[in-house]
Write a protein that binds this ligand. Structure first.
Ligand SMILES: CC(C)(COP(=O)(O)OP(=O)(O)OC[C@H]1O[C@@H](n2cnc3c(N)ncnc32)[C@H](O)[C@@H]1OP(=O)(O)O)[C@@H](O)C(=O)NCCC(=O)NCCS
Length: 339
């Protein structure tokens, strides 16, 4: 096995295809209900980042078996450097596990994060998979737990959903925007996000709250092959964005979409906006994305109001999704003691 730094932008198509095969073997082993990924825009997904961020990757490649064979990609790690932390993701093919490869890959990434002067490493770890024992053995600490829930669209009562979508207090109007909010709404949209960011605590998914950053994040999504859809609730009298919900359909797994933020501004809570905008979104996606059969969402266990609405829509709790972190200096010194 050879581990080396790897740039998805210049990688051969054979390497991208081999990495995809490993990713799908990992999913089949650890998350068998998740749809396999496709190669569509996979290179872009791995390469594109927000302005100001950097992603650095390494792969573990098997020895070539025949001349000209590039060698299967059996492991990968990448670290996204943002703010003062590095967020890592590690994958090891099920056939290559428990040989120390995962640990070796984390060490490569950790050394770099350390050299670059970042203080901590964060990672999202899926409950009930080997990754929990792995990160705990490396001294990572659990910071935060969310629940992933999945909605099966084949079990949805569409008539009931249509009713939910219209069951909203008078004075609000719902609007659907495939591709993201139009430019003249970016400011109001960012304001709604910023307000809730001040009020609500603990968010796992990065959220963009100033107009510039929001534009950048929409642009980055598009470049990574991920199509955003937005439903807004507008307060007719003030024109304010009273609520919004975002779903992203990734080209890499277009049968399962990701629910991103759902926000209802303080002054507009209690009018059924949460339920209505999510129901409207599902109705729109049904025609906009004919391949779609599931939507997944992540919620803090403490967010009872949102969990209740999601249960009404038919979401079923699936897995814990845990955020772990570790002090980089400690990790590097533990894994790589000075000789
Ligand atoms: C987590 C993962 C990277 C570990 O890779 P690996 O190469 O098997 O890890 P290592 O061999 O370096 O293991 C190092 C230590 O971690 C711990 N560990 C690893 N797997 C473990 C498991 N299944 N149970 C308990 N502890 C485990 C052990 O302490 C192990 O040391 P040991 O083998 O000497 O006991 C691998 O299982 C993986 O790719 N999982 C999927 C990760 C992922 O992100 N999936 C996303 C979609 S599900």
């Amino acid at each position: 096995m050879m581990v080396r730094e790897w740039d998805p932008r210049t990688a051969s198509s054979a390497e991208i295809a081999s990495l995809l095969a490993t990713l799908n073997a990992v999913l089949a082993a650890d998350l068998p209900q998740d749809p396999p990924w496709r190669e569509t825009s996979l290179r872009e997904y791995l390469a594109e980042v927000m302005p100001g961020e950097r992603r650095i990757s390494w792969i573990a490649q098997a020895e070539p078996t025949t001349p000209g064979d590039p060698g299967a990609v059996l492991g990968q790690v990448h670290v996204l450097l943002l703010g003062d932390i590095g967020v890592i993701e590690v994958l090891v093919h099920p056939s290559a596990r428990r040989t120390g490869l995962g640990r070796d890959l984390v060490l490569r990434a950790a050394r770099r994060v350390y050299q670059e002067g970042f203080r901590s490493i964060g990672v999202e770890v899926v409950g009930d998979t080997p990754a929990i024992g792995f990160y705990e053995s490396l001294g990572f600490n659990r910071e935060y737990v969310e629940t992933r829930s999945v909605l099966d669209l084949t079990s949805v009562d569409w008539a009931e959903l249509a009713e939910m979508a219209t069951g909203i207090g008078a004075g609000y109007q719902l609007e659907f925007f495939p591709g993201g909010p139009p430019d003249d709404l970016i400011e109001a949209y960012a304001r709604a996000k910023a307000e809730v960011r001040d009020v609500d605590d603990g968010e796992l998914r990065p959220s963009s709250y100033d107009p510039e950053r929001l534009r950048d994040s929409l642009d980055t999504l598009h470049r990574r092959g991920m199509k955003p859809y937005i439903v807004l609730a507008r307060h007719e009298q003030s024109g304010e964005v009273a609520g919004l919900t975002e779903v992203v359909v990734p080209a890499q797994h277009p049968t399962r979409a990701d629910q991103y933020d759902t926000i209802v501004a303080q002054d507009h809570r209690g009018y059924g906006i949460d339920r209505a905008i999510k129901a409207r979104m599902l109705l729109e996606l049904r025609s906009a994305e004919p391949e779609l059969i599931e939507v997944q969402t992540w919620n803090a266990q403490a967010n009872e109001a949102m969990l209740k609405v999601n249960a009404e829509l038919g979401y079923r709790p699936d897995r814990d999704w845990c955020e772990y972190s570790v002090d980089v200096a400690e990790l590097v010194h533990r894994l790589d003691p000075p000789r």
